[in-house]
Design a protein around this ligand. Sequence first.
Ligand code: WQD
Length: 339
Amino acid sequence: MKTVLVTGGLGFIGSHTAVELLGRGYRVVLADNLSNTRADVLDGIASIAGQRPTWANVDLADPVACRALLQGLGDLAGIVHFAAHKAVGESVQKPLAYYRNNFGSLVNLLDHLAERPACRLIFSSSCTVYGQADSLPIREDAPVKPAESPYGNTKQVGEEILRDGARAHGFRAIALRYFNPIGAHPTARIGELPLGVPQNLVPFITQSAAGLRGPLKVFGNDYPTRDGTCVRDYIHVVDVALAHVYALERLFAGKGADPVETFNLGTGAGSTVLEVIHAFERATGAKLQWEFAPRRPGDVVAAYADTQKAAAGLGWRAERTLDQCMADAWRWQQTLPGK
Ligand code: WQD
């Protein structure tokens, strides 16, 4: 039985990936220091998977603690690395904390791969690296644009660190560029847990519909899109989780010529903000209060993925619809205290 370490394993995408890895017979160890989640996510994972993975409360940016964790795990087949700070706005306020945490943890993990190059790593990257792409859908060979935030920079430079490390030390990795992961597990036992006021669209929608927030502010209605609001590629978090399993198994099978490959994780379809609102109301029957507001600085007009490389290389495609995403997100929201 292969052992896989999931860093950030109590987080949104990490917890859903842990469930899918357990379901496929892997031994899963979670590393999470609870900097952006809650310990009871472990109960949700265990209740879905029917088994309780080991959880290590470790700050991976601490080289001594990270090394001790990895030495203790012995023969680790793979690492799925989610643990990182990920709030775009916060990264502008605290760039040094973002660089220290996101680069420190990555380099500490890659030190292990340098010693044990048979261990494979999946890196959590983002469509943010593309900025406003010149053409749509966005292909993996689209030019990487200057990052619009320190958060985006940690993804761009993180990929470069992977490539430089692989070239020097002979390990292999895959970077997955997420578009917009949304939704929750259909059992409503795990889902997104934004701390504070949600910055992302879908958690704000569900909290507003649950009466926890005021009306949704739609940031801008004068963009050059079919209804004037921004376009994004919203992908169900379970589809994103499954892609990580397939990417890991591609690495285990030794496929692919490049030591570091990149794949987009999207549906290939773009949806406007208004279309997301309509999907929410259609899928849930709930009424959403919303109003137009000024554009949000830093927003790109449109981004959606070219999915051909992931389909061919991972044998994976997103299967869940926007309506399913909204229904699952709403079902999860209704389980949360103070709903
Ligand atoms: C989506 C659309 C907003 C909130 C960010 C990160 C990206 C990734 C996903 C981690 C935009 C609009 C939003 C609101 C709104 N994170 N919106 N009212 O900005 O595409 O991507 O999250 O990997 O790196 O940049 O996602 O959900 O914030 O916004 O109108 O209250 O919804 O303007 O058009 P985004 P988002």
